[in-house]
Design a protein around this ligand. Structure first.
Ligand code: GLY
Ligand code: MN
Ligand code: MN
Length: 452
């Protein structure tokens, strides 16, 4: 594992070069344009934190707004070009330091750097080197027009010059197939994001008690994330006591915990934009009720079996299918579902209790880029992929079977209602199996019950 405390300047430069090289191989004779996130969000003259566009950051490492990157593999000298905000003392006094044109050339390995103000003057000489333009339309209507106008001008010249881009193609499929496979450096950052979140979850669990409020736990998580150098929560933390845990995206976090509640904490940390995404569920008073325990053991069994399916060469969906089968079998045994397991799965009747997928890709984005299926064919796991494995069971006070199956299914007994459980770990696929980046965080019943 790479030591993140060492001076990694040259390692990072090589990493970004390698990423651009991989992408240039994929775009062949094309030319690619990537735009940064536009600017920090402003509300009433208050500036909120800037978040760079992940694709732009992945190929440049440049963390400022209002910038454009071009990859032009066919250009003789300028294969990687940046357009950035120029130095401006007055503007920097208000909104922070800028790397500037010279700084960007020095520090980001660009062959040429221009002021973003001069984009129109220089764009077409790069676009005309490609046989197609790789650009993602639709995110920024004004910038889309800049690209289209430049392309139109080249199309008009085309009959005379006999060359130039004949199409615009979305670069995401190509770039994201690269982003999906994490490098050693990325895995080290994701391990750090995982480690910080593990510590935060441990502290949160120690703090949880009847009479405390969900927001106190959220505050502890935030404190741990920032204190360790993380950017903060990877997404709005979910701290859900009792039946709040049955709301998948509960973020109010404003209720008092009661004795007898389970507390579901879904919280991850962002480190240099790389994320962790962990869920644990435990009794706030240190003791599961019988119903909580049996459902918890079922989710845990499904989760452990699903993690075992995360292997190089296995179809991505296998871990989900295993989790669904175990949960459905368990729900039948508990009398919450009735019928043949295959039939219940086919008709998706388990979705009354388990209504989301078992995981997602994880990386620079929490729900990271990448495909899950190749059309009707499976997508196969390979070393470097990182995904979450996060089955759950949720029985809200209003839970009921779908209307057209209500007669054939057993009524849901009150003793089950209000229980929501999810267990989520972050799993990296390795050459020989997998590595659970969040393994250090306890999840066995015996580890979660206290004071017995
Ligand atoms: N916290 C978002 C998720 O688990 O997908
Ligand atoms: Mn989560
Ligand atoms: Mn997740």
């Amino acid at each position: 594992m790479i030591d993140l405390t060492a001076d990694l300047t040259s390692v990072w430069i090589a990493e970004y070069q390698h990423r651009r090289q991989q992408l240039m191989e994929k775009i062949g004779s094309g030319v690619a344009i990537f735009r940064s996130a536009p600017h920090a969000v402003m509300h009433n003259d208050v500036e909120y934190n800037f978040r760079q566009d992940s694709d732009f950051f992945y190929i440049t490492g440049f963390n400022e707004p209002n910038a454009v990157a071009i990859l032009a593999p066919n250009h003789d000298e300028h294969k990687f070009v940046l357009f950035v905000r120029p130095k401006d003392l007055k503007a920097e006094t208000w909104s922070g330091r800028r790397v500037g044109v010279d700084g960007a050339k020095e520090r980001f390995g660009a062959d040429e750097v221009y002021s973003i103000a001069d984009l129109n003057e220089h764009l077409s000489k790069y676009l005309e080197t490609g046989d197609r333009i790789f650009y993602r339309m639709g995110n920024a209507p004004k910038f889309d027009q800049v690209v289209i106008r430049n392309w139109q001008a080249l199309m008009r010249k085309f009959p005379r010059k006999g060359q130039g881009p004949i199409a615009i193609e979305d670069p995401r499929a190509k770039l994201h197939s690269i982003r999906m496979v994490k490098s050693e450096l990325e895995l080290a950052l994701m391990q750090k994001a995982a480690d910080i979140a593990v510590e935060a979850h441990n502290r949160a669990r120690e703090l949880a008690a009847p009479g405390r409020y969900e927001y106190e736990i959220e505050a502890e998580l935030d404190y741990c994330f920032r204190r360790s150098g993380g950017l903060g929560p990877a997404y709005p933390s979910i701290v859900a006591a009792g039946d709040n845990a049955c709301i998948l995206h509960y973020v109010e976090n404003n209720q008092e915990m009661q004795a007898g509640d389970l507390l579901l904490i879904d919280a991850g940390c962002s480190v240099e934009y790389y994320n962790s995404d962990i869920t644990r569920t435990f009794p706030v008073d240190g003791k599961f009720t019988a119903e909580q325990k049996v459902l918890y053991e079922l989710v845990l069994k499904a989760q452990e079996a699903a993690i075992a399916e995360v292997q190089p060469g296995k179809p991505y969906m296998d871990h989900h299918n295993v989790a669904v089968r175990i949960i459905t079998e368990g729900l039948v045994e508990l009398g919450l579902l009735k019928g043949e397991v295959d039939d219940l799965i086919e008709k998706k009747l388990y979705e009354t209790f388990y209504m989301h997928k078992t995981g997602h890709w994880l990386g620079l984005d929490v729900h990271d880029v990448g495909i899950y299926q190749c059309g009707d064919d499976p997508f196969y796991l390979q070393a470097g992929h990182v995904l979450t494995v996060e089955p759950g069971i949720y029985i809200s006070p209003e839970a009921d079977h779908p209307e057209d199956h209500r007669d054939e299914q057993p009524p849901i007994g009150d003793r089950w209602k209000g229980i929501g459980i999810r267990i989520e770990d972050n799993i990296a696929v390795t050459e020989t199996g997998n590595k659970n980046l969040t393994e250090a965080l306890p999840k066995q019943v015996s580890e979660l019950e206290t004071g017995l």
